[in-house]
Design a protein around this ligand. Structure first.
Ligand code: PMP
Length: 401
């Protein structure tokens, strides 16, 4: 008998489980809108041309070796990543007040930041939006933080509950950590306006709360890298401290390469260098040092003007295709006279639309139309194409009528 005979089967991950169910469905019309990964009009995964070119350059460079990276990762990559999110003229970078460490994509960056906070920060409570990306609760809880939520989404308006958000953060204990989606909030697609960001910033600073940005979609939301970084830059511009977890999964299509960065903006260069020394103690016993390939691709692209420009064009094309899918779906529902207000489909931003469909309607659409999505009614716009929009619109129409 196995010594593990008592191990109980764990449930499938709610997001990745959607794909498992999709793969089992033999129907030729099946459609997977569960995964948060970009697909082309033909429904295929996309490797950016600029990534292929950078990889070619790396392969052809015989001086490149496969030695270990330092604990904090590739130095060039770290510097360029901080510049990308904070802006090349950032006073925080110029003042050496930012420490950046290469981590295992967005998830790893969040986890390393959380582990550091749980060891070195006096306040153990982190506020995350309700709802949020499902992994947030688990990441922060396992790092030893206490997770609480703040109101974010208003199901009635299918927009931001700014009043509830401000009230909940007002009653948070001084010093509490606040997780903020830098742009393209997942799963709702609802972001604060710049005015609302300013209100949030003032409240966070006046209560000495600590902002922790999750930036998983820079450039992917609006098509502009600078625009999608505005929220973060507002908080760094006031001279205060903050954490930023960056992912290159979406905006460079490097999902499986696991490339990301954690930046901690500090009050002084001295603090930043001491913080970095402690980050190394977090990372070393966890995975020793990060992988070299993905970070080399990113650094190659970010440091070369031509490759960088080429990247921004390809990134914009991905963002634009998603925006086009929003318009097409909205138009298709209007054409069918589907009851209800569907304008949130074009108002929401980023990879996902929070449709407002309930679990029962989702189950119906999966059963009758072979359309797969998370049970909260979130659909990945990147998984749609002009060809599949009518099928989805038929399904939504049938589900609500
Ligand atoms: N944060 C959010 C909000 C996300 O949507 C994702 C990706 N689904 C991540 C972080 C992290 O993704 P990754 O670890 O693949 O970079």
């Amino acid at each position: 008998n196995s010594v593990f005979a008592n191990v109980v089967r764990a449930p499938e991950d709610p997001i990745l489980g959607v794909t498992v169910a999709y793969n089992k469905d033999p129907s030729p019309i099946k459609l997977n809108l569960g995964v948060g990964a970009y697909r082309t009009e033909e429904g295929k995964p996309l490797v950016l041309n600029v990534v292929r070119r950078a990889e070619q350059l790396l392969v052809n460079d015989r001086s490149r070796v496969k030695e270990y990276l330092p604990i904090v990762g590739l130095a060039d990559f770290n510097k360029l990543s901080a510049k990308l999110i904070l802006g090349s003229d950032s006073p925080a970078i110029q003042g050496n007040r930012v420490t950046t460490v290469q981590c295992l994509s967005g998830t790893g960056s969040l986890r390393v930041g959380a582990e550091f906070l749980s060891r070195h920060y006096y306040q153990r409570t982190i506020y995350i939006p309700n709802p949020t990306w499902g992994n947030h609760t688990k990441i922060f809880t396992l790092a030893g933080l206490t997770v609480k939520t703040y109101r974010y989404y208003d199901p009635v308006t299918r927009g931001l509950n700014i009043q509830g958000l401000l009230e909940d953060l007002s009653s948070a204990p001084s010093g509490a950590i606040v997780l903020l989606h830098a742009c393209a909030h997942n799963p709702t697609g609802v972001d604060p306006t710049l005015e609302q960001w300013e209100q949030i910033r003032q409240l966070i600073r006046s209560k000495s709360l600590l902002p922790f940005f999750d930036s998983a979609y820079q450039g992917f939301a609006s098509g502009s890298l600078d625009k999608d970084a505005q929220s973060v830059r507002m908080f760094v511009g006031d001279g205060g401290e903050c954490f930023i977890a960056q992912s290159y999964a979406k905006n460079m299509g490097l999902y499986g390469e696991r490339v990301g960065a954690l930046s901690i903006v500090c009050r002084s260069a001295d603090v930043a260098s001491r913080v970095e020394s402690q980050l190394k103690l977090v990372i070393r016993p966890m995975y020793s040092s990060p992988p070299i390939h993905g970070a080399s691709i990113v650094a190659t692209i970010l440091k070369d003007r031509k490759l960088y420009d080429e990247w921004t064009l390809e990134l914009k094309a991905m963002a634009d295709r998603i925006i086009t899918m929003r318009k097409q779906l909205f138009d298709a529902l209007s054409a069918r006279g589907t009851p209800g207000d569907w304008s949130h489909i074009i108002k929401q931003i980023g990879m996902f639309t929070f449709t407002g469909l309930n679990t029962k309607q989702v189950t119906f659409m999966t059963k009758e139309f072979h359309i797969y999505m998370t049970s909260d009614g979130r659909i990945s716009m990147a998984g749609l194409s002009s060809r599949t929009v009518p099928h989805l619109a038929d399904a939504i129409h049938a589900a609500v009528t």
